[in-house]
Write a protein that binds this ligand. Sequence first.
Ligand SMILES: Nc1ncnc2c1ncn2[C@@H]1O[C@H](COP(=O)(O)OP(=O)(O)OP(=O)(O)O)[C@@H](O)[C@H]1O
Length: 873
Amino acid sequence: MAAHGVTIALRVLHYVAPISVVIYFVLAKTVAACFLHQPSKRAGLGSRRYAAIGLLAGVLVTIVAQGTVYVLEATRDPQWSSSQDAAVYILANLLAYASLTVGIAENRKPIWHQYIGSWTVGLVMEVVLTALQPLAEPTRNRYAILCEVFHVLRTLLLLILTVAGCACALYDRQKLAHPKETEPLLPNGTNGHATKPAGYGAVTANGNGTVAHEADGDEEHDVDSDSEEPDRDKELKATQKKRLEESGSWLNYFKDFKIFIPMLWPYRNRFVQSCLGVVALVTLAQRFLNVLVPRQIGIITDQLTAGGGNGVVPWRALGFWMLFNTLSSSAGLSLIKSLAEIPVQQFSYKSIGSSAFRHIMALSMDFHNEKNSGELIRAVEQGQHLQGLLEFFLFEVGPMFTDLIIGFVYVYTLFDVYMTLILMGVGLAYIYIGAKTTTWSVKARRRFNNAWRNEAKVQNEAIANWATVSHFNRGSYEVQRYSKSIDDFNAAEWKYYIAYYIGGSAQSVVMLLGRLAAFSMAVYRVAQGRAPVGNFVTLTLYWRSIESPLMQVSWSVRRLSQMLTDSERLLQLMLTKPTVVSAPDAPEIMIKEGEVEFDHVDFAYDPRRPTLKDVSFTAKPGQTVALVGETGGGKSTIIKVLYRYYDIAGGSIRIDGQDIRNVNLDSLRDSFGMVPQDPALFNISLIENIRYARLDATDEEIVEACRAAAIHDKIESFPDKYKSTVGERGVKLSGGELQRVSIARAILRQPKIVLLDEATSMIDAETEALIQKAFKRLTAGRTTFIIAHRLSTIQHADQILVINDGQIIEHGTHEELIKRGGKYVALWSKQLSKDVEEVGQALEGVGPEQAVLDVGAGSSEGTAVEGGGSDER
Ligand SMILES: Nc1ncnc2c1ncn2[C@@H]1O[C@H](COP(=O)(O)OP(=O)(O)OP(=O)(O)O)[C@@H](O)[C@H]1O
């Protein structure tokens, strides 16, 4: 009775032993991957790895030897099938220890505790099995004795592995705790490694899915060391690694991706939610159909075989098969699923696209000055690959694992546990090869993406800067540059597809071998009479349903990593916070008078170089303040900080006593009418471009504004009048026309404060005189800031500020400044002499009296010649 109990315990242990080793290893690996466990600094010692591989090879030999003994015993005793548990123990143990051996052989820096723990679990199991074996079989033949010898040998090998592993771990801990006693006094620099800057390449992903310090010199697993990548991508990856290191675990790392959840999950959209429900139901039904269709064929086969041609048709079984088959056809449930998926995909496409676009538009000027717009667009496009993420997890990864589990159980019920083991073996080999090829293809994919982006960038830059290219006659140079970028792209694409296809073929071979083994085993079993023919037919049809989730596992890993790589750029973009934002619950600005006060304002684009230094002045309500000074002095910057393109570093800017940082940003910007230095238009009609300033303006108001800006007659002279399109950024208009359109926009906007940044620099003096009236109307009663190099434009200003090197060096009215005889006068006379020179050149050949006459007109009326001819770009 006791022997019977021991036999049962032994049988159970035969199943439990290999499973517990595998479970421990998988759990330890998962925990290590999630919490970024790092291999110890001494983990890469080659001698330890080789010793462990040698001992594990010994363990494998004892398992194979024991298996051989069982086969010999089976040939001697046909009733041997009763010891199926022993066969399972051998096969499963072989799979388990082979996986551990491959794990160490593949990884130059293993995380040892994962392995030591698995060996310990294996050791405990082997000790119990070795002790129970003699109790279960008191009378033993030579086969049993041999098996016991192998058991003992295996136990000894595992004991050595466990004890040596623990001893090494303890030794390392002591050694690392007292580095001074053992480490060389000189740092790493002595072995030729350069010190890397903090935060850059500090950690790299290694084969464990964990991070390792690059300084350890483990280049084999440094999948990210990619010298061909542009600096920006290296920066991106450095940020990603830094983020991973700071977050401490992959779980935390993925927390950042949660910003995409509201874009993927339709919280408030009932229709999309119900479509998701339909997709979920169909997915569930498909799991059942995967089994029911081949099973029904098996049932029909068995009924036909049993009938032996007696004319009885299995109508009922056939009817069910027809029903199941129709449901699983592409005109059945798949059609419903495909239709229901469309709104779900469109929802996420729209929400990712519009959120990313909204975010980009809300980012501050410093960001937009740095970024290449082509790259931004590509980041959004690639990020939209995330669109399928929700479905991917819910309706691909989930069903895939369900199918696998159903598959393991169903092939067991069709035949026996060996079939399940074949399936597991194929699965492990397939996933292993899949993981290997994914590593190559992800690396190749990154290069492919970079080359693709670079190609778009080169093309985009050349087209956008066509005028510059043409000024320097660099057309063929740009074509050459572009064709080189296509060559790079083709080379990267070629490498990517090689890695992709070779990996795919290797996996197909594994799949084929698995199919051959399973079908041979099924034929053998049917021939032995241990299973009906119908089961073989069912298996051949069902095998395809098991292969596809297996293929999906590695494909899903590949797809997930591809989705994450592609969306990393969008994530970085979404994580970029605008530097200028409204304070929470900031009130709208209330402008009554329009008094603008700069109070000890300091500002710098780059903290190493101050741009504005202690700037203080007050623009009284309705006053016109002119900013003059040498180029690069900081005039435009004063306007930019007032518009809050940038936040100042010190002091404050107040409008009617309200600090502009404490009011709502939109309301602040709504109060300004800006005419910038280089106005740009959309490539739409003129009338739409002007209406952009005030979307509800009527056509009459637009025409009125254009009249005031002295551009109406010009527009009327165009063949399509107000409907003329203006080209990209307004290139079809001359510089002067562009500025006048821009002034018309400002007039239409009816702002509270007017900002004119070189608004008339490209307009000739004659036209400027025409629009002076318009300016008067625009600026009447409004506080106005004017930047102008043409001093005549600003001589009537209420206040003139002379800006030099970020400071106000003089201020006052034109007359006061002229009287003072300082920098303003220097600027004024410099301009006069420049004008005389230019006029002299322009009037070469004209009589001297005539030239003097013209200069006189220019100086009194504001340099009549300055704008001459500059109205054309
Ligand atoms: N986005 C920026 N990033 C870094 N530095 C900048 C930026 N914009 C301007 N600067 C620098 O700030 C300084 C002041 O520039 P700003 O455009 O305000 O001068 P300005 O007086 O308006 O010149 P100009 O009369 O030529 O328009 C210059 O040295 C310029 O190089």
